[in-house]
Write a protein that binds this ligand. Structure first.
Ligand SMILES: Cc1ncc(COP(=O)(O)O)c(C=O)c1O
Length: 422
């Protein structure tokens, strides 16, 4: 679908765009934090509550069989969405963070030895760094950080150099797209290098999966995690993709109802259900899984390539206007990134306007952006800024949304940004 030609129709798919914020039509530029939801997703969630209703994988009556069918259908949709090779490679989780924690716990406990190392980057989200650092420390497994370019990019040359310097690396953990700078990481090539060297390759797809086509097989990754709410789906649901042989070999971190086939009183007789059900202990957020699958179908109908191209079109428009009208006022940190993420700080006659004050000023104009460290607290040193403002563009944003942002930035002064608090 050509998004530029159909933007008004697409915007009508998102009922929340009819609301106001601070007395203005909402200009939502915070899709990295979470995306808005189209009717197709909202309707699917309502369909579960108004028609399907029962639990999954538990009942022996017709209604519950319909839920099983819908739930497993959602798994198949997600398999196709990321080009996994079989639906048993899709584990439902509560989101990226849970998936990444599960992988870290299982890998550290069951695959790594004391003295091994995990490699990641300082630009990563806390959910990618902290589980490895915390559980790794307990077992004598160090987390090391790869070299980056001056602008904070991961490059293949630097990656290879970092691996050569850290020969004990057994896991590489990166985001496919950085949530602060929006750079695309050369995951396919990195995956091939990891495969060649027998290194586990874990990819955080939170900021990629809704913005560009994803193929986990081409990427050669062992695990890939993402969240439904960042792809127009509901909150509380996500996917942990794992290569089947690995998922089948590993023991889960949670135990309980529905993930077990049989158990007795002694420790050794627990028999788990087959993969992936052994990873899904307890009642799952069924309506959210169905909603996430509806979101995947919605995005596929529009076309992930088209979405990516449209985000870059909007970003170019911002950059062109910024170059002409905001040159001395706005410092951009990622003009060259391959995504709709724009990270910047605003200055008033050379004085920094604190990112949070800037965000509050924009809010008073109906514009929603994120400010601060964006859950990547090691990033500040790389870009030499304690915090930034982040506008993240998505398929439902219009050129007018971008123009409103530029106009507001032009108007911003330290005084005006502080005035809104009084
Ligand atoms: C790159 C990246 N990884 C992980 C996460 C965590 O996602 P969630 O909060 O849905 O678990 C985010 C959220 O902003 C992110 O941007």
């Amino acid at each position: 679908m050509n998004i530029r030609e159909n933007i008004e129709t697409i915007r009508q798919d998102f009922p929340i765009l009819e609301r106001e914020m601070s007395g203005h039509p909402v200009d939502y530029l915070d899709s990295c934090a979470t995306t808005l939801k189209p009717h197709a997703v909202i309707d699917e969630v309502v369909r579960y509550y108004t028609y399907l209703g029962s639990n999954a994988h538990r009942g022996d009556y017709e209604m519950s069989a319909q839920v099983d069918y819908a739930f497993e259908g959602a798994r198949k949709t997600m398999m196709e969405f990321i080009h996994a090779s079989r639906k048993e490679e899709i584990v439902f989780t509560s989101g990226t963070t849970e998936g990444l924690n599960m992988v870290a716990l299982m890998a550290i406990d069951q695959l790594l030895e004391k003295g091994d190392a995990i490699m990641t980057a300082e630009t990563e989200h806390a959910s990618s760094i902290l589980p490895w650092q915390y559980y790794g420390c307990k077992k004598g497994i160090a987390t090391c950080y790869m070299h980056l370019t001056d602008e904070g990019r991961i490059t293949l040359d630097n990656f290879k150099k970092s691996l050569d310097e850290n020969p004990n690396t057994k896991v590489v953990m990166v985001a496919q797209v950085s949530n602060v700078l929006g750079y695309q990481v050369p995951v396919e090539e990195m995956g091939a290098i990891c495969k060649e060297r027998g290194i586990l390759f874990v990819v955080d797809g939170a900021q990629a999966v809704a913005h560009t086509p994803v193929d986990v097989q081409k990427m050669n990754c062992d695990f890939y995690c993402f969240s439904g709410h960042k792809m127009c789906g509901p909150t509380g649901i996500g996917v942990l993709y794992g290569r089947f042989e690995l998922l089948d070999k590993l023991t889960p971190v949670y135990f309980g109802g529905e993930s077990n086939a049989r158990y007795y009183k002694d420790c050794d007789t627990l028999i788990l259900r087959r993969t992936p059900l052994k990873y899904e202990s307890g009642t799952q957020p069924i309506e959210a899984a169905l909603g996430m699958a509806a979101a995947a179908r919605y995005l596929k109908k529009i076309g992930l390539e088209n979405i990516h191209e449209y985000e870059l079109f909007l970003k170019r428009h911002f950059l062109e206007r910024a170059e002409k009208e905001l040159k001395d006022k706005v410092k951009l940190y990622n003009a060259t990134s391959e995504s709709g993420i724009i990270t910047f700080n605003v200055y008033d006659n050379g004085q920094l306007i604190f990112p949070q004050d800037m965000a509050s000023f924009l809010s008073s104009k109906g514009i929603a952006v994120r400010s601060g460290q964006h859950c990547a607290k090691l990033m500040g040193d790389i870009i030499d800024a304690p915090g930034t403002v982040r506008a993240s563009l998505y398929l439902y944003n219009s050129l007018e949304d971008v123009d409103r942002l530029v106009d507001a930035l032009k108007e911003a002064t330290v005084e005006k940004c502080l005035d809104i608090f009084f």
